[in-house]
Design a protein around this ligand. Structure first.
Ligand SMILES: Cc1cc2nc3c(=O)[nH]c(=O)nc-3n(C[C@H](O)[C@H](O)[C@H](O)COP(=O)(O)OP(=O)(O)OC[C@H]3O[C@@H](n4cnc5c(N)ncnc54)[C@H](O)[C@@H]3O)c2cc1C
Ligand code: FES
Length: 256
């Protein structure tokens, strides 16, 4: 884990409240793997006090890329960063998605959940067949599509709830058919909790290795505060920051 001052090389508004930052952070960039995240200090002032967790879209030393959606005060402050500004980052944090050589992998991304899966496809896509299922509310929720087209993917399926891009509907609507036709060995997913809960039901009993990257509100980001604990089916709690954020989908006690 590095405590590094990143330098903003490029800041882009992508529309729909989504932003992309290219940051020179050589120490983090050298160590990052798909699934890792950083804790970003959004303000030098006391308010907001806590760092915010953000996944890493891509790492190509000396740069990392962050892609985020403005939700509240922290991400709003991040959206004001410009070329030449600096950003304190703690990372890379958490576990990562396993590489799984020779396996057929289906990536399932809801909205900003594309972040660790984009990273996976960028890092490992040329070495195995990857299929990506990407969905959101509408076109404005899927601004990474052009960038996704630069990835090496065997197939790409896009769903939007309002039908403004790709097929109309929830990405879970298309899952059954895609699993039947593409015959993956494993699924890697990230997205809203309701989507992951639905996936857990749909993928149950199919003999696939299903891994999901979870989001949780975080205090420290490295195991010290227990603020990010989630319940598992065994009744025990697991910390998303240092035992995750990647967990077997079936292990989590979904609350929705
Ligand atoms: C491991 C990890 C990786 C993440 N990666 C990314 C990423 O790559 N890109 C990205 O855009 N976001 C990502 N997030 C979510 C991001 O951390 C939150 O959106 C951010 O902390 C919100 O901070 P804020 O100050 O803007 O909002 P706050 O002021 O803290 O909250 C504003 C509103 O958003 C709600 N909210 C806050 N966090 C979440 C959440 N996690 N899920 C749902 N609702 C929430 C709050 O309940 C509140 O209503 C990640 C989270 C985790 C744990
Ligand atoms: S955020 Fe502090 S233990 Fe996970």
């Amino acid at each position: 884990m590095q405590d590094e001052r990143g330098l903003i090389e490029e800041a882009r508004a992508l529309g729909g409240g989504y932003f992309l930052l290219k940051i020179a952070a050589p120490l983090i960039a050298a160590a990052v793997r798909p699934g890792h995240f950083v804790m970003a200090r959004v303000s030098p002032a006391m308010d907001p006090l806590l760092r915010r967790p953000l996944g890493i879209l891509e790492g190509r030393p000396p740069y990392i890329w962050l892609y985020f959606q403005v939700l509240g005060s922290g991400t709003r402050l991040l959206s004001g960063l410009r070329h030449g500004d600096s950003l304190d980052l703690l990372g890379p944090l958490g576990n990562s998605f396993p590489e799984m050589p020779d396996k057929r992998v289906l990536l399932i991304a809801g909205g900003r959940g594309i972040v660790p899966l984009f990273h996976y496809a960028r890092a490992y896509g040329e070495r195995r067949p990857l299929v990506l299922l990407y969905g959101g509310r509408g076109k404005a929720d899927l601004p990474l599509l052009e960038r996704i087209k630069s990835l090496t993917l065997q197939r790409l399926f896009v769903f939007s709830e309002d039908g403004s891009l790709g097929q109309k509907g929830l990405l879970t609507d298309g899952l059954e058919k895609i699993v039947r036709e593409e015959r993956p060995d494993a699924t890697l997913s990230c997205g809203p909790e309701a989507m992951l809960a639905r996936l857990a039901g749909l993928l149950k009993g199919r003999g696939l290795n299903n891994l999901a990257s979870l989001e949780a509100r975080m205090g420290c980001g490295f195991g010290a505060c227990h603020g990010c604990a989630v319940p598992t089916v065994s009744g025990a709690f697991r910390k998303v920051c240092d035992e995750g954020p990647v967990f077997p989908l079936e292990e989590i006690q979904w609350r929705t």
